[in-house]
Design a protein around this ligand. Structure first.
Ligand SMILES: [Zn+2]
Length: 305
Protein backbone atom coordinates (compact mmCIF):
# COMPACT_ATOMS: atom_id res chain seq x y z
CA UNK A 1 0.00 0.00 0.00
CA UNK A 2 1.28 3.47 -0.85
CA UNK A 3 1.38 6.29 1.65
CA UNK A 4 0.41 9.80 0.53
CA UNK A 5 4.01 10.81 0.63
CA UNK A 6 5.12 8.02 -1.72
CA UNK A 7 2.29 8.90 -4.11
CA UNK A 8 3.40 12.50 -4.17
CA UNK A 9 6.99 11.41 -4.78
CA UNK A 10 6.01 9.32 -7.79
CA UNK A 11 3.88 12.10 -9.23
CA UNK A 12 6.72 14.58 -8.95
CA UNK A 13 9.14 12.23 -10.71
CA UNK A 14 6.63 11.61 -13.47
CA UNK A 15 6.06 15.34 -13.92
CA UNK A 16 9.80 15.97 -14.08
CA UNK A 17 10.27 13.17 -16.62
CA UNK A 18 7.46 14.53 -18.79
CA UNK A 19 9.03 17.98 -18.83
CA UNK A 20 12.35 16.53 -19.94
CA UNK A 21 10.71 14.52 -22.71
CA UNK A 22 8.80 17.52 -23.99
CA UNK A 23 11.58 20.05 -24.04
CA UNK A 24 15.07 18.62 -24.54
CA UNK A 25 14.63 16.39 -27.60
CA UNK A 26 12.46 18.99 -29.32
CA UNK A 27 15.20 21.59 -29.03
CA UNK A 28 17.93 19.14 -30.08
CA UNK A 29 15.89 18.01 -33.11
CA UNK A 30 15.93 21.48 -34.66
CA UNK A 31 19.69 21.85 -34.59
CA UNK A 32 20.63 18.33 -35.65
CA UNK A 33 21.71 17.71 -39.24
CA UNK A 34 19.02 15.64 -41.00
CA UNK A 35 20.59 12.78 -42.90
CA UNK A 36 19.34 9.71 -44.67
CA UNK A 37 21.09 6.34 -44.86
CA UNK A 38 19.82 4.00 -47.55
CA UNK A 39 20.08 0.88 -45.34
CA UNK A 40 20.58 -0.05 -41.70
CA UNK A 41 24.29 -1.02 -41.82
CA UNK A 42 25.24 2.29 -43.41
CA UNK A 43 22.94 4.03 -40.90
CA UNK A 44 25.00 2.50 -38.09
CA UNK A 45 28.23 3.94 -39.58
CA UNK A 46 26.59 7.38 -39.86
CA UNK A 47 25.31 7.25 -36.26
CA UNK A 48 28.73 6.30 -34.95
CA UNK A 49 30.43 9.20 -36.71
CA UNK A 50 27.61 11.74 -36.42
CA UNK A 51 26.84 11.16 -32.74
CA UNK A 52 24.32 13.62 -31.33
CA UNK A 53 24.90 16.20 -34.07
CA UNK A 54 22.91 14.19 -36.63
CA UNK A 55 19.39 12.77 -36.88
CA UNK A 56 19.62 9.64 -39.07
CA UNK A 57 16.76 7.94 -40.85
CA UNK A 58 17.33 4.55 -42.50
CA UNK A 59 15.27 3.89 -45.61
CA UNK A 60 15.63 0.09 -45.57
CA UNK A 61 15.35 -0.87 -41.91
CA UNK A 62 16.40 -3.92 -39.84
CA UNK A 63 16.07 -7.29 -41.62
CA UNK A 64 15.04 -5.42 -44.78
CA UNK A 65 16.11 -6.36 -48.30
CA UNK A 66 17.49 -3.31 -50.12
CA UNK A 67 17.64 -5.16 -53.45
CA UNK A 68 13.85 -5.17 -53.75
CA UNK A 69 12.88 -2.15 -51.63
CA UNK A 70 9.89 0.02 -52.57
CA UNK A 71 10.13 3.54 -51.10
CA UNK A 72 6.98 5.05 -49.58
CA UNK A 73 5.72 8.65 -49.89
CA UNK A 74 7.03 9.19 -46.32
CA UNK A 75 10.50 8.14 -47.51
CA UNK A 76 10.31 10.68 -50.36
CA UNK A 77 9.32 13.38 -47.87
CA UNK A 78 12.26 12.47 -45.58
CA UNK A 79 14.67 12.58 -48.51
CA UNK A 80 13.27 15.99 -49.51
CA UNK A 81 13.92 17.33 -45.99
CA UNK A 82 17.44 15.89 -45.61
CA UNK A 83 20.76 17.70 -45.94
CA UNK A 84 22.66 14.56 -46.92
CA UNK A 85 21.71 11.20 -48.38
CA UNK A 86 24.23 8.40 -47.80
CA UNK A 87 24.06 5.51 -50.24
CA UNK A 88 26.10 2.37 -50.82
CA UNK A 89 26.28 2.66 -54.61
CA UNK A 90 27.74 -0.19 -56.72
CA UNK A 91 24.22 -0.86 -58.01
CA UNK A 92 22.85 -1.80 -54.57
CA UNK A 93 19.97 0.69 -54.51
CA UNK A 94 18.28 0.29 -57.90
CA UNK A 95 15.33 2.37 -56.66
CA UNK A 96 17.42 5.37 -55.55
CA UNK A 97 17.53 7.58 -58.66
CA UNK A 98 13.76 7.52 -59.01
CA UNK A 99 13.31 8.31 -55.31
CA UNK A 100 15.75 11.23 -55.42
CA UNK A 101 14.08 12.64 -58.53
CA UNK A 102 10.55 12.20 -57.15
CA UNK A 103 11.51 13.86 -53.85
CA UNK A 104 12.97 16.95 -55.54
CA UNK A 105 15.63 17.02 -52.82
CA UNK A 106 18.58 19.41 -52.85
CA UNK A 107 20.54 17.10 -50.55
CA UNK A 108 24.04 15.99 -51.52
CA UNK A 109 24.09 12.31 -52.44
CA UNK A 110 27.15 10.69 -50.84
CA UNK A 111 28.38 7.36 -52.21
CA UNK A 112 29.92 5.70 -49.16
CA UNK A 113 31.88 3.08 -51.17
CA UNK A 114 33.94 5.73 -52.98
CA UNK A 115 37.55 4.51 -53.13
CA UNK A 116 36.68 0.84 -52.57
CA UNK A 117 37.88 -1.58 -55.23
CA UNK A 118 34.70 -3.25 -56.51
CA UNK A 119 34.51 -7.01 -56.93
CA UNK A 120 33.00 -8.42 -60.08
CA UNK A 121 29.70 -10.12 -59.30
CA UNK A 122 30.50 -12.99 -61.65
CA UNK A 123 31.14 -15.95 -59.37
CA UNK A 124 30.07 -18.99 -61.36
CA UNK A 125 26.44 -18.02 -61.98
CA UNK A 126 25.80 -16.85 -65.54
CA UNK A 127 23.36 -14.03 -64.84
CA UNK A 128 25.84 -12.05 -62.76
CA UNK A 129 28.64 -11.60 -65.23
CA UNK A 130 27.75 -8.01 -65.98
CA UNK A 131 27.18 -7.00 -62.36
CA UNK A 132 29.40 -5.52 -59.68
CA UNK A 133 29.12 -6.98 -56.17
CA UNK A 134 27.67 -4.24 -53.93
CA UNK A 135 28.21 -5.97 -50.55
CA UNK A 136 31.52 -4.19 -49.83
CA UNK A 137 30.74 -3.66 -46.10
CA UNK A 138 31.30 -7.36 -45.43
CA UNK A 139 35.06 -6.74 -45.28
CA UNK A 140 36.00 -4.73 -42.19
CA UNK A 141 38.83 -3.00 -44.10
CA UNK A 142 36.18 -1.68 -46.49
CA UNK A 143 33.95 -0.62 -43.59
CA UNK A 144 36.79 1.70 -42.57
CA UNK A 145 36.61 3.37 -46.00
CA UNK A 146 32.83 3.85 -45.59
CA UNK A 147 33.47 5.48 -42.20
CA UNK A 148 36.13 7.85 -43.61
CA UNK A 149 33.76 8.86 -46.43
CA UNK A 150 30.94 9.45 -43.93
CA UNK A 151 33.25 11.57 -41.75
CA UNK A 152 34.40 13.72 -44.69
CA UNK A 153 30.85 14.26 -45.95
CA UNK A 154 29.57 15.25 -42.49
CA UNK A 155 32.44 17.73 -42.06
CA UNK A 156 31.70 19.24 -45.49
CA UNK A 157 28.01 19.62 -44.63
CA UNK A 158 28.53 20.80 -41.03
CA UNK A 159 32.03 22.32 -40.63
CA UNK A 160 31.26 23.43 -37.05
CA UNK A 161 31.18 19.75 -36.08
CA UNK A 162 34.60 18.93 -37.55
CA UNK A 163 36.32 18.16 -34.23
CA UNK A 164 33.42 16.02 -33.03
CA UNK A 165 33.18 14.04 -36.29
CA UNK A 166 36.94 13.45 -36.34
CA UNK A 167 36.99 12.27 -32.72
CA UNK A 168 33.96 9.99 -33.21
CA UNK A 169 35.38 8.55 -36.42
CA UNK A 170 38.80 7.80 -34.97
CA UNK A 171 37.30 6.11 -31.90
CA UNK A 172 35.08 3.97 -34.15
CA UNK A 173 37.91 3.19 -36.59
CA UNK A 174 39.96 1.87 -33.67
CA UNK A 175 37.07 -0.47 -32.79
CA UNK A 176 36.97 -1.66 -36.41
CA UNK A 177 40.72 -2.39 -36.33
CA UNK A 178 40.19 -4.54 -33.25
CA UNK A 179 37.23 -6.25 -34.94
CA UNK A 180 39.32 -7.06 -38.01
CA UNK A 181 41.96 -8.71 -35.80
CA UNK A 182 39.25 -10.66 -33.99
CA UNK A 183 37.82 -11.98 -37.28
CA UNK A 184 41.26 -13.07 -38.52
CA UNK A 185 42.08 -14.80 -35.23
CA UNK A 186 38.80 -16.75 -35.32
CA UNK A 187 38.95 -17.75 -38.99
CA UNK A 188 42.59 -18.79 -38.54
CA UNK A 189 41.36 -21.58 -36.28
CA UNK A 190 39.26 -23.10 -39.11
CA UNK A 191 41.33 -25.51 -41.23
CA UNK A 192 41.63 -24.00 -44.76
CA UNK A 193 40.11 -27.09 -46.46
CA UNK A 194 36.92 -26.68 -44.41
CA UNK A 195 36.38 -23.04 -45.34
CA UNK A 196 33.68 -23.69 -47.98
CA UNK A 197 30.11 -22.62 -47.39
CA UNK A 198 26.90 -21.94 -49.31
CA UNK A 199 24.57 -19.02 -48.63
CA UNK A 200 21.34 -18.11 -50.41
CA UNK A 201 22.57 -15.01 -52.23
CA UNK A 202 26.07 -13.98 -53.14
CA UNK A 203 26.58 -11.40 -50.37
CA UNK A 204 29.85 -12.57 -48.82
CA UNK A 205 32.36 -12.20 -51.65
CA UNK A 206 34.23 -9.35 -49.94
CA UNK A 207 34.27 -11.23 -46.66
CA UNK A 208 35.54 -14.35 -48.43
CA UNK A 209 38.29 -12.44 -50.20
CA UNK A 210 39.42 -10.64 -47.03
CA UNK A 211 39.37 -13.65 -44.72
CA UNK A 212 39.99 -16.55 -47.08
CA UNK A 213 36.64 -18.34 -46.98
CA UNK A 214 34.97 -19.63 -50.18
CA UNK A 215 31.28 -18.70 -50.47
CA UNK A 216 28.94 -19.99 -53.16
CA UNK A 217 25.29 -19.07 -53.66
CA UNK A 218 22.45 -20.21 -55.93
CA UNK A 219 21.32 -16.60 -56.18
CA UNK A 220 23.59 -13.90 -57.54
CA UNK A 221 24.75 -10.62 -56.02
CA UNK A 222 21.18 -9.34 -56.12
CA UNK A 223 18.01 -11.12 -55.03
CA UNK A 224 15.94 -9.69 -57.88
CA UNK A 225 16.41 -12.57 -60.33
CA UNK A 226 14.61 -15.87 -59.84
CA UNK A 227 16.91 -18.81 -59.22
CA UNK A 228 16.66 -21.39 -61.97
CA UNK A 229 16.44 -25.14 -61.42
CA UNK A 230 19.73 -25.36 -63.31
CA UNK A 231 21.46 -23.06 -60.78
CA UNK A 232 20.18 -25.16 -57.89
CA UNK A 233 21.28 -28.40 -59.54
CA UNK A 234 24.73 -26.89 -60.17
CA UNK A 235 25.07 -25.89 -56.53
CA UNK A 236 24.02 -29.33 -55.33
CA UNK A 237 26.60 -31.09 -57.45
CA UNK A 238 29.24 -28.57 -56.38
CA UNK A 239 28.45 -29.18 -52.69
CA UNK A 240 28.88 -32.93 -53.22
CA UNK A 241 32.08 -32.56 -55.23
CA UNK A 242 33.78 -29.98 -53.01
CA UNK A 243 32.48 -31.40 -49.73
CA UNK A 244 30.99 -28.10 -48.59
CA UNK A 245 30.64 -28.33 -44.83
CA UNK A 246 27.63 -26.11 -44.20
CA UNK A 247 24.91 -24.07 -45.84
CA UNK A 248 23.62 -20.90 -44.21
CA UNK A 249 20.33 -19.04 -44.13
CA UNK A 250 20.24 -15.23 -44.26
CA UNK A 251 18.14 -12.68 -42.43
CA UNK A 252 17.00 -10.97 -45.65
CA UNK A 253 16.18 -13.86 -47.99
CA UNK A 254 13.70 -16.72 -48.22
CA UNK A 255 15.09 -19.73 -46.30
CA UNK A 256 13.32 -22.38 -48.45
CA UNK A 257 15.95 -22.60 -51.16
CA UNK A 258 18.81 -23.21 -48.73
CA UNK A 259 16.74 -25.77 -46.79
CA UNK A 260 16.05 -27.62 -50.06
CA UNK A 261 19.76 -27.67 -50.90
CA UNK A 262 20.64 -28.95 -47.43
CA UNK A 263 18.01 -31.69 -47.72
CA UNK A 264 19.46 -32.94 -51.00
CA UNK A 265 23.08 -32.99 -49.86
CA UNK A 266 24.90 -34.00 -46.73
CA UNK A 267 25.68 -30.36 -45.89
CA UNK A 268 24.25 -29.21 -42.58
CA UNK A 269 22.43 -25.94 -42.02
CA UNK A 270 25.00 -23.84 -40.18
CA UNK A 271 22.63 -21.17 -38.90
CA UNK A 272 21.77 -17.70 -40.10
CA UNK A 273 24.22 -15.16 -41.47
CA UNK A 274 23.37 -11.48 -41.54
CA UNK A 275 24.11 -10.20 -45.01
CA UNK A 276 22.45 -6.93 -46.03
CA UNK A 277 20.80 -5.64 -42.86
CA UNK A 278 21.13 -5.37 -39.11
CA UNK A 279 18.59 -7.25 -36.99
CA UNK A 280 15.82 -5.57 -35.04
CA UNK A 281 16.13 -5.21 -31.25
CA UNK A 282 15.05 -8.85 -30.76
CA UNK A 283 18.05 -10.08 -32.75
CA UNK A 284 21.71 -10.08 -31.78
CA UNK A 285 23.07 -7.73 -34.47
CA UNK A 286 21.71 -4.26 -33.87
CA UNK A 287 25.13 -2.85 -34.82
CA UNK A 288 27.65 -3.57 -37.58
CA UNK A 289 30.24 -4.78 -35.07
CA UNK A 290 27.75 -7.26 -33.59
CA UNK A 291 26.73 -8.35 -37.10
CA UNK A 292 30.29 -9.29 -38.04
CA UNK A 293 30.86 -10.96 -34.66
CA UNK A 294 27.68 -13.02 -35.07
CA UNK A 295 28.60 -14.12 -38.61
CA UNK A 296 32.12 -15.12 -37.66
CA UNK A 297 30.89 -17.07 -34.64
CA UNK A 298 28.30 -18.93 -36.77
CA UNK A 299 30.93 -19.75 -39.40
CA UNK A 300 33.52 -20.90 -36.89
CA UNK A 301 30.96 -23.08 -35.04
CA UNK A 302 29.66 -24.71 -38.22
CA UNK A 303 33.08 -25.26 -39.77
CA UNK A 304 34.60 -26.65 -36.63
CA UNK A 305 37.09 -24.04 -35.45
ZN1 LIG B 1 22.49 -8.57 -51.07
Amino acid sequence: MLTRRQCFGRGAILAAATTVLLTVPARAQETRLKVIASFSILGDFVRNVGGDRVAVRDLVGPNGNAHVFEPSPADAKAVADASLVFVNGLGFEGWLDRLVKASGTKAAIVVATKGIKPRAGAGDRDHDHDKVDPHAWQSVANAKIYVANVRDALIAADPAGKAAYEANASAYLAKLDALDQEVRATIDRVPPERRRVVTSHNAFGYFGEAYDVVFTAPQGVSTEAETSARDVAAIISQIRKEKVAAVFLENVTDPRLVRQIAAETSAKIGGTLYSDALTDAKGDATSYIDLIRHNVRELADALGA
